[in-house]
Design a protein around this ligand. Structure first.
Ligand code: NAP
Length: 480
C-alpha cells in the first residue's frame, strides 16, 4: 500500500477502532499478484454482539437528531471521499483487483450515495388527511426502523456499502456493516471517512467475523436488529431470509442476476456494440448487472460478432495499478477458476470460442476477455451468472422468441435492449426485470431505484424511495 495511505484493518465498534477479542487476523490478498495487502482483525461472535449493543445504545439519540444534522454529516463524507477519490480507488484495486478505470468509476458512484441521501434526509415524507367518515384526522409520520445490519459483497466493495449506509444513516438508523471477507479495507476506509465527518460513536460499526454464518445468525437473533439489507448471491440471501424470520426482521435483498441483452432488427450496430461492451465488460464482468446473454438478431449477428470481437481483442489486461489496463484481475483464483470451468462447460455443450478462453499462467487471478458464439439458449452458461469477462452470443430469428428466452430465467434484475426506440420500448415493457437500459449499457444512478424482480431480490435501493426501506410508517389518529 502506498505510504500516504493509512488503512484501518481493525473492527470499529462504539466509536473505537479495536482488534477482535481473539486477537486473530485474516489475510487480505491482492488478487493481481497474490501478495498479502493487510491482515484484518477477525471479529468473534462476542465482538459482533458488542457491535449490535453499541448500535442499539446509540439508536435513540441518533433517531432524534435533526435531519439537517444527519444530512450535513453525509455531505461532509461526500466531500472527503470526493477529495480522496484516488486513494479510495487504490484501496479498491488492491483488494478487489479491478482495473483503475472501474475502480475510479466505482469510487465516484459510491461517493454520490452520500450526496444523494444527504439531500434526501431532509425530505422524509408524511401525510395528513381527514378520514372518509369525517370523524378523525389521519396523521402519518415516518420513523427510523432501527438498528440495521448491512451485509455487502466484494464486487463493488465501496458502492454496495454506501448504497446501504447512506439511506440508513439519513433515515436516522444506526448500523452494523459486514463487508465481504475479500474486501474489508474499502469498508474500513468508508467507515473511517464517516467518523472523520463527525458521525457520533455507535452510529456505524464494522465487523468482519470468520466464519461468517454463525456470527451473522447470532446478530439476527440478538433481538435489537430491525432491518437486514443484503447484497450478494441468491443462495446466501435465501439463508438470511430464513434466519431473519426468527425475529421477524424487515429484509431488503439485492441478489443475483442473469441479464439478457437484446439486439433488435434495425439496431444501430455501433451503439449496440459499444453498449454491449459496457454492459458486459464493466467491472471485468463481475457485476450483478453484467449482460450475461447477448441475443442478436440474425440480420446483424455476423457483423455484431466481428465488431465485438475486434473491440475485445484490443482490451489490455493486467494490474489495476497500471492505469492503462482495461481489465483487471478477478477477486480470487477461486472465482477465476469458476469462470474458466464455465467456459469449458460451454464449449463441451457446443459453443465456439471466438476469442480468449485460455487461463493465463502466473500468480494473478486473470482471465482474458472471451467471446463465445453459437451458444445454445438453455445451456449451462446461459443459466449461470458468469461474473467474469466472458460474453455469450445467441442468434435468434423472431423478436417474440428473443423475449421469451430473455424471460426464461428465475432472475429479473436488469435487461438491455438495443434497437429503434419505439421497438425497444415495446420490448422493454415485455421483459420481466426491475430495470431496463435502452440503447445504453450502464444505467446505475443513485437517483434511480435499483433492484430486481423474481429471485433477484426484494426492495429497491437509491432513488426517492430508497430511504423508505429504513423508515416505518406511524399512524396517529386524532378526533375532529
Ligand atoms: P455471497 O457469497 O453471497 O457473499 C455476500 C456477502 O454475504 C459477503 O459479505 C459474505 O461474507 C456474506 N455471507 C456469506 N455467507 C453468509 C452466511 N451464511 N450468512 C451471512 N452472511 C454470509 O456473494 P458474493 O460472491 O460475495 O457476491 C456475488 C453475488 O452478489 C452475485 O450473485 C451478484 O449478483 C450479487 N450481487 C448483487 C447485486 C444486486 O444489487 N442485486 C449487486 C452486487 C452483487 P463472507 O465474505 O465473509 O463469506
Amino acid at each position: 500500500m502506498n505510504h500516504h495511505l493509512t488503512i484501518k484493518s481493525d473492527l470499529f465498534i462504539g466509536g473505537e477502532w479495536r482488534p477482535g477479542q481473539s486477537g486473530d487476523r485474516f489475510d487480505v490478498v491482492d488478487p493481481a499478484d497474490g501478495t498479502v495487502v493487510a491482515q484484518f482483525a477477525i471479529a468473534t461472535e462476542g465482538d459482533c454482539l458488542d457491535a449490535v449493543a453499541a448500535a442499539d445504545a446509540a439508536a435513540s439519540d441518533w433517531a432524534a437528531t435533526a435531519p439537517r444534522e444527519r444530512g450535513e454529516i453525509l455531505r461532509t463524507a461526500f466531500e472527503i471521499l470526493t477529495t480522496e477519490r484516488d486513494q479510495l480507488a487504490e484501496v479498491i484495486v488492491r483488494e478487489n483487483g479491478k482495473s483503475w478505470g472501474d475502480a475510479i468509476a466505482e469510487a465516484g458512484y459510491a461517493t454520490e450515495f452520500f450526496r444523494w441521501f444527504a439531500e434526501e434526509a431532509v425530505r422524509i415524507p408524511g401525510d395528513y388527511r381527514t378520514s372518509p367518515g369525517g370523524d378523525k384526522n389521519i396523521i402519518v409520520t415516518r420513523r427510523p426502523i432501527g438498528v440495521s445490519l448491512l451485509i455487502t459483497p466484494w464486487n463493488f466493495p465501496a458502492a454496495m456499502a454506501t448504497r446501504k449506509l447512506a439511506p440508513a444513516l439519513a433515515a436516522g438508523c444506526t448500523a452494523i456493516l459486514k463487508p465481504a471477507s475479500e474486501t474489508p479495507l474499502t469498508a474500513a476506509y468508508i467507515v473511517e471517512a464517516l467518523r472523520r465527518s463527525g458521525l457520533p460513536a455507535g452510529v456505524v460499526n464494522l465487523v468482519t467475523p470468520v466464519p461468517t454464518g454463525p456470527a451473522v445468525r447470532a446478530m439476527l437473533d440478538h433481538g435489537a436488529i430491525r432491518k437486514l439489507s443484503f447484497t450478494g448471491s441468491t443462495e446466501v440471501g435465501r439463508v438470511l431470509l430464513a434466519n431473519a424470520a426468527g425475529s421477524i426482521i424487515s429484509s431488503s435483498m439485492e441478489l443475483g442476476g442473469n441479464a439478457p441483452l437484446l439486439v433488435l432488427p434495425g439496431a444501430d450496430l455501433e451503439e449496440a456494440v459499444s453498449g454491449a461492451l459496457a454492459a458486459k465488460m464493466r467491472n471485468g464482468g463481475s457485476a450483478c448487472t453484467s449482460a450475461n446473454r447477448l441475443y442478436v438478431h440474425r440480420s446483424l449477428h455476423d457483423e455484431f460478432v466481428e465488431r465485438f470481437r475486434s473491440a475485445l481483442d484490443s482490451f489490455a489486461i493486467g494490474s489495476g495499478l497500471d492505469r492503462g489496463n482495461d481489465i483487471g484481475a478477478l477477486v480470487s483464483l477461486k472465482e477465476r477458476d469458476k469462470v474458466a470451468a464455465l467456459v469449458d462447460t460451454a464449449v463441451a455443450e457446443g459453443a465456439t470460442i471466438s476469442l480468449g478462453g485460455e487461463t493465463p499462467v502466473g500468480a494473478g487471478a486473470f482471465y482474458p476477455p472471451t467471446l463465445l458464439t453459437g451458444v445454445t439458449h438453455g445451456s449451462t452458461i446461459t443459466r449461470t451468472e458468469i461474473f467474469g469477462p466472458v460474453a455469450t452470443v445467441i442468434e435468434y430469428d423472431e423478436v417474440d422468441e428473443a423475449i421469451r428466452m430473455a424471460n426464461d430465467t428465475e432472475f429479473g434484475l436488469i435487461a438491455y435492449v438495443f434497437g429503434p426506440e419505439g421497438d425497444a420500448m415495446r420490448s422493454a415493457a415485455r421483459i420481466d426485470a426491475g430495470m431496463v437500459g435502452i440503447n445504453r449499457g450502464v444505467i446505475s444512478d443513485p437517483a434511480a431505484p435499483f433492484g430486481g424482480v423474481k429471485q433477484s431480490g426484494l426492495g429497491r435501493e437509491g432513488g426517492t424511495d430508497g430511504i423508505l426501506e429504513y423508515l416505518e410508517e406511524k399512524y396517529i389518529a386524532t378526533s375532529r
